[in-house]
Ligand binder design. Structure first.
Ligand SMILES: [Zn+2]
Length: 345
């Protein structure tokens, strides 16, 4: 047993990243000596991996939703285990963290797509009445980055993982205005590091990311770890999370649909950088260069839904008590929505 998982949100200044193992056929190797373990997954990833595991798990749980009452019920079906593996995308990883917390067992995360940073971060993203909430601090033992497995994913479900890094572009802007208005503490050094160092690293690797090469995948994962490190260090994830995330959360809340985090976040980044007047053209081009989808239809949104999300953004962030951001300053007008719809079709 590793460290005890904590049932409250916690930033650890001495945070050490999980051990990340890059390779091929890792599942075979890492399930070999485990006596009993559970798997948190979904139907598609499980169908891809199940034939590759010789030592099958005690229990396989398919994540239906991250709504609190649902996960509470599902977790009770898991017997005591030594280890839980999250195999799939964000929801599989978040539910695996929830099992790890409840069972106080070790946890390995195995992404089969790269839709966001849930596989490396400590907090669990749950849904409470349709709204995203972060709880707990889970110590992840290992993250298995299996290139062979990831090569079976549609390329767009790898490249969209870059959104959880590019979100820094708009999040940093929000952080800066929050601090300028005296709403928030600021850390100039971290701000500059994220802006100059981390975002440059992403841009320098845009072709590798577009092609979903090993180098591209590794770049994304390593940058996730860097952001997790600074968030733990300064006690806030403001360098990575701002209005673009709030757009994604409201999209889910308004439509009741499930989105791939990186895909809906890409739209959020474009909306925010447009409203912030924050290098929209450059970001739009970068998103294209990285092969990320930016059309609202490509993430499963229609015009009416997009309009409704935008119309309710100001209310959503203020009532939800989210970080101070561009949505506290710009009142969304029909002209914003019209213009954005033209750009994102
Ligand atoms: Zn995110």
């Amino acid at each position: 047993m590793g460290k005890k998982h904590l049932d409250y949100l916690f930033y650890d200044p001495k945070w050490e990243p999980p051990e990340v193992i890059y390779g091929e056929d890792l599942l075979q190797e890492f399930t070999k000596d485990i006596e009993n373990y559970a798997v948190s997954t979904m139907q598609i990833p499980w169908n891809i991996v199940k034939g590759k595991i010789s030592n099958l798990p005690q229990k396989v749980i398919f994540v239906e939703s991250m709504e609190l009452p649902v996960i509470e019920k599902l977790e009770k079906k898991v017997p005591p285990v030594q280890l839980v593996m999250g195999i799939g995308g964000g929801s599989a990883h978040d539910f695996a963290k929830y099992i790890a917390l409840k069972k106080q067992c070790r946890i390995y995360q195995v992404p089969t797509i790269i839709g966001g940073d849930a596989s490396v971060t400590n907090a669990i993203g749950i849904r409470d009445g349709g709204k995203v909430k972060y709880i707990a601090h889970v110590f992840i033992d290992k993250v298995l980055i299996d290139y062979k497995l990831l090569s079976q994913a549609p390329q767009k479900l790898i490249t969209c993982g870059a959104a959880d890094i590019l979100s820094s572009h708009t999040a940093l802007y929000d952080w800066k205005i929050a601090s300028d208005r005296g709403k928030e503490k600021f850390n100039e050094k971290i701000y500059m590091q994220a802006r100059e160092e981390f975002l440059s690293e992403l841009k320098d690797n845009k072709i590798e990311i577009k092609k979903a090469t090993k180098k591209g995948i590794k770049t994304i994962i390593e940058l996730y770890l860097k952001y997790a490190k600074i968030a733990n260090l300064i006690g806030t994830d403001r360098a990575q999370e701002g209005s673009e995330h709030f757009f994604a959360y409201n999209a889910e809340y308004v439509t009741k649909k499930h989105f791939i985090h990186g895909e809906i976040l890409t739209i959020g980044i474009l909306v925010s950088s447009y409203l912030q007047n924050n290098n929209f053209e450059e970001i739009f081009k970068l998103i294209n260069d990285m092969g990320m989808q930016y059309q609202i239809s490509s993430v499963g949104l229609n015009e009416e839904e997009f309009t409704e999300i935008m119309k309710t953004m100001n209310k959503f962030v203020i009532e939800g008590g989210y970080y101070y951001s561009i949505f506290n300053e710009v009142r969304i007008k029909p002209s914003h929505i019209r213009e954005l719809l033209k750009l994102l079709m």
